[in-house]
Design a protein around this ligand. Structure first.
Ligand SMILES: Nc1ncnc2c1ncn2[C@@H]1O[C@H](COP(=O)(O)OP(=O)(O)OP(=O)(O)O)[C@@H](O)[C@H]1O
Ligand SMILES: [Mg+2]
Length: 366
């Protein structure tokens, strides 16, 4: 089921009457979520992710705009009529009910010709439990299970009615690192198996990158960029998106373009064919640094962190925005840092330029 958002806007009045400003939590969302795909809605706290999700499921009414499921306008449809499955951050399982009863709960409210017999309900509960691999736990109570298992119960409960759309609001944030990884792989598997159009909200860029077919990056209620994870990483539209995707973060320097060459302070670091002279931000992915005894960019060497396959080189430079530069190099590479400095050459394919005023991307000619 594809989801079409048409100029979708949600404004909240400010509670403080002295301030007239409203909060525009979702600002003119106008895009289509393709059928059967997993979309990651990504952005910092307060950017409007949950509001967007609540609009799609019907818990919030839009101030402006429309929502379609397929060709059907659902803007005025009550949440329970939309056929959506929801998983919240805090699972919200009923503590006094067993796992079986928790998963069965949404089925018990079906009325009219949708009403199910006990036998039919049992089959559907078992099917959903199998999907998330908790069929052995059906008689337990929520407090007798790990966080990851409870999470799966919440997902089974959202899936039991076979929703047309699955909406997940930071569903993994209460899990420890290992369980998070495992559960997100499982989520991806379930989504592929069921083919349910899924919207996954997170502020964790790595999580979004790893499981999404498409990522929507938002800031202050405004969509910044939508695309495949790798495309957004390689080709960010502005400095915000460039900084939001990737760990360690992209390294940003103030610099200058003179005669189609890029300078960081006095160091000429790469070419910029077709770019006008002027001040720019020079952003370098951590993997874009090459330790090179004759490299142009001379930095103060702070230290290194060995991370198995890679080494993170920590350095400083007067033009760097922030404290420490983080460069990632292969562990077997030697670092010559006798005089307390380290010299880098930059890989042009890992350097991005941004306008210093608007922070929009400056494209170089291919
Ligand atoms: N019911 C409400 N009344 C007034 N303002 C609200 C309401 N709900 C949300 N907001 C505001 O709308 C903005 C977006 O909130 P939202 O909860 O959608 O953000 P979020 O991206 O989900 O953040 P987080 O990552 O912290 O969960 C925030 O500025 C928030 O304060
Ligand atoms: Mg939220």
């Amino acid at each position: 089921m594809k989801i079409v958002l048409e100029h979708l806007t949600k404004r909240f009045p400010n509670r403080n009457k002295k301030i007239r400003d409203e909060v525009v939590a979702v600002n003119d969302f106008d895009f289509t979520i393709p059928d059967g795909k997993l979309i990651g809605l990504l952005g910092p706290s307060g950017c409007g992710k949950s509001t967007a999700l609540n609009l799609i499921c019907g818990l919030e009414k839009p101030t402006e705009g429309k929502i379609y499921f397929g060709d059907l306008d659902v803007t005025a449809l009550a949440p329970e009529k939309r056929g959506v499955g929801l998983v919240f951050q805090n699972y919200a399982l009923y503590p006094h009910l067993s796992v079986r009863e928790n998963i069965r709960f949404p089925l018990e409210n079906l009325r009219g010709d949708k009403k199910l017999t006990k036998q039919q309900m049992e089959e559907k509960v078992l099917e959903a439990a199998k999907l998330v691999q908790i069929e052995e736990l059906l008689d337990r109570k929520p407090n007798e299970m790990s966080g990851g298992q409870q999470q799966r119960v919440a997902i089974a409960r959202a899936l039991v009615k076979r929703p047309q759309v699955l909406l997940l609001d930071e569903p993994l944030s209460n899990l420890d690192a290992r369980l998070r990884l495992q559960t997100r792989e499982e989520l991806k598997r379930i989504q592929l198996e069921t083919g349910i159009t899924t919207v996954f909200v997170t502020h964790d860029q790595e999580e979004a990158m790893s499981i999404s077919d498409t990522i929507v990056v938002m800031k202050d209620g405004v969509l910044q960029q939508m695309g495949k994870p790798q495309d957004i990483y390689d080709d960010p539209i502005n400095l915000f998106v460039a900084k939001f995707l990737g760990t360690p973060q992209i390294n940003v320097f103030t610099g200058e373009v003179i005669g189609e060459k890029v300078y960081i302070d006095k160091a000429q670091v790469c070419d910029a064919p077709g770019v006008r002279d002027g001040d720019v931000y020079v952003a370098v992915r951590p993997e874009g640094f090459v330790v090179d005894p004759s490299g142009p960019l001379i930095c103060e060497f702070i230290g290194r962190e060995v991370m198995g396959r890679d080494t993170s080189v920590i350095a400083r430079h007067g033009n760097f925005l922030g404290e420490n530069i983080r460069a990632i190099i292969p562990s077997e590479e030697l670092i010559d840092s006798k005089d307390g400095s380290v010299r880098f050459a930059l890989k042009p394919s890992k350097v991005r330029l941004f306008d210093k005023g608007s922070e929009e991307r400056i494209r170089v000619e291919a």
